[in-house]
Design a protein around this ligand. Sequence first.
Ligand SMILES: [Zn+2]
Ligand SMILES: [Zn+2]
Ligand SMILES: [Zn+2]
Length: 157
Amino acid sequence: MAESHSDCSVPTEESEKIIRKIVNQLRETGMRKTEALEELLQTMLDHHRPFLLSELGEMPGLKNRDQATIYRLVMKLKEAGVVRQLSLGERGNYFQINLSDHHHDYLLCRECGMVTEVPVECVLHEVEQKLAARHGWKDLTHSLAFQGICPECLAKP
Ligand SMILES: [Zn+2]
Ligand SMILES: [Zn+2]
Ligand SMILES: [Zn+2]
């Protein structure tokens, strides 16, 4: 299976802070802090990229856990707005943790399914700011995936 490359990774010190904040936020919704929850959040911060549920379940910290629990946690995190769901291409739904300070846009290969971060700065923030300033919208976000054929697939004979 194709892997994504060059993951963004949140540094440990920062990810500990983020996890504490999320756990506090979740406590208000009645969600308890469990080892599985912490492990899931840690994994999604160590690798700040969109995961298929099946990929998440195979990650080192999660593969020995009950997969139904992981699935349920991801859905709860999505409801709480901690995680967002991205539909990229035909492979289905990806899940990624929301960070307030940055996000990524993606390139998706139609041939091999590789998902990789767009290596240039997102130009849509400016558009969001204009929409907010001129049209009165608030809290705008977007998800963007360019789809095409990756250089590796192009190089194949
Ligand atoms: Zn990132
Ligand atoms: Zn490809
Ligand atoms: Zn963007």
